[in-house]
Design a protein around this ligand. Structure first.
Ligand code: NDP
Ligand code: MG
Length: 386
């Protein structure tokens, strides 16, 4: 039996993780659940799952949860200290990082420092601090197992071929605006951008998919997970989302992982690895299906190019790109900026950043913070003078 903590249990990945735990019939046990402020859902989850600990990041929400759960023995904590305690507790073997955004960085590092393996959904953490996270994992002998479907696919294909990889081909659905031009994109609303054609996901990653920033983040995530060079990572648009990614080996052989677009499979694999467990998810039937592939349109969706640029430059720049993007996505969702302005403002924040070596957590947090403030100022200026 494996004991896990789930950070972000009330989100899309978190809820599916709890389904996988339930279906595991005792192979997985939950020690802690953590979320931001969703008292109703985490209360329900606690009553079902009966974890030893629960964390709500927001203090007031945690107080409300404590009041509601007076009949339970669960320990309830709040804030970053709470997230860290849930990640580093002695009983925990693996932490599922499924919070959204670089807020996941400190609990992930704390988990690794305490010797826990990570099932990583929270790609923003690896974008912000890939070097530090992977070095900490290496030093402590911990595994970082991908949950992201593309990276899970590569992880499943790579086997004993690590030194024979010629290319990592990350597939991309293309999002809801695949094939659109800039003129059409100028009229995109948050509701339109939230409607992903293939995956049902949280708001932030849905917007990232609609701008292809998700793929920019995933290029950087792949670089660190598989310790490869950006030159070896390619993106291929595959609207059906059946092939979750591919690996080209030095002899020209291409290995792919296929499956239904259902995150429960990569979640379960990250939790069961190195075993494979039976599942009751819908399986793939290829008869009658057409799979298509296209080059990404870098002119209409400049995010992928920005991802290569920031990743290639390295240091604190990927953390800045990620943080500026988080701010812009939230501003777009709140109706404060237009869809196309997200590209412009993230890029401007990256251009203005004085890149530093990303060796320490303090440096990364300072760069992340700087980018948030800078992007927010740009948004305020836009609001004042549209
Ligand atoms: P959701 O928005 O659905 O859920 C986010 C979760 O994180 C919620 O539990 C939320 O709590 C919690 N949370 C948000 N902010 C904080 C915070 N500051 N402190 C503590 N908890 C917080 O996101 P997804 O599940 O879609 O995505 C989670 C991560 O997984 C992201 O990094 C995403 O990129 C990645 N991912 C997601 C995929 C998907 O299919 N959804 C696929 C691949 C990767 P509350 O509900 O209380 O707000
Ligand atoms: Mg993905």
């Amino acid at each position: 039996m494996k004991t896990i903590s789930v950070l972000g249990s009330t989100g899309s990945i978190g809820k599916q993780t709890l389904e996988v735990v339930q279906a595991s019939r005792g192979k997985l046990k939950i020690y802690a659940l953590a979320a931001y402020s969703n008292v109703d859902l985490i209360e329900e989850q606690i009553r079902n799952v009966r974890p030893k600990m629960a964390v709500l990041m927001e203090e007031e929400a945690a107080v409300e949860l404590k009041n509601r759960l007076k009949d339970q023995t669960v320990k309830i904590l709040s804030g970053m200290e709470g997230l860290i305690e849930a990640s580093a507790a002695e009983e925990v073997q693996m932490v599922v990082t499924a919070v959204s955004g670089s807020i996941g960085l400190q609990p992930t590092l704390a988990a690794l420092q305490a010797g826990k393996d990570i099932a990583l959904a929270n790609k923003e953490t690896l974008v912000a601090a890939g070097e530090l996270v992977m070095k900490t994992a290496g030093d402590r002998g911990c595994s970082v197992i991908p949950v992201d479907s593309e990276h899970s696919a590569i992880f499943q294909c790579i086997g004993g071929n690590r030194d024979k990889v010629k290319k990592i081909i990350l597939t991309a659905s293309g999002g809801p605006f695949f094939g659109w031009n800039k003129e059409k994109l100028s009229c995109v609303t948050p509701a339109m951008a939230l409607k992903h054609p293939k995956w049902s996901m949280g708001a932030k990653i849905s917007i990232d998919s609609a701008t292809m920033m998700n793929k920019a983040l995933e290029i950087i995530e792949a670089k660190f997970l598989f310790q490869t060079d950006y030159k070896k990572i390619e993106v291929l648009v595959h609207p059906q989302s059946i092939i979750h990614s591919m690996l080209e080996l030095t002899d020209g052989s291409v290995i792919a992982q296929l499956g239904m677009p259902d995150m429960r499979l990569p979640i379960q694999y990250a939790l069961s690895y190195p075993e494979r467990w039976e599942s009751c998810f819908e399986t793939l039937s290829l008869a009658g299906k057409t799979l298509t592939f296209h080059e990404p349109d870098h002119e209409v969706f400049p995010s992928i190019g920005l991802g290569y640029h920031c990743g290639g430059r390295g240091g604190t720049l990927p953390a800045v790109m990620n943080a500026a993007n988080e701010i812009c996505v939230h501003a777009f969702l709140a109706g404060r900026i237009q869809y196309l302005e997200m590209f412009e403002l993230v890029e401007r924040t990256c251009q203005e950043h004085k890149v530093l070596d990303s060796g320490s957590l303090d440096r990364i947090l300072a760069a992340d913070n700087w980018a948030r403030q800078f992007a927010e100022e740009l948004i305020l200026r836009k609001e004042q003078d549209p």
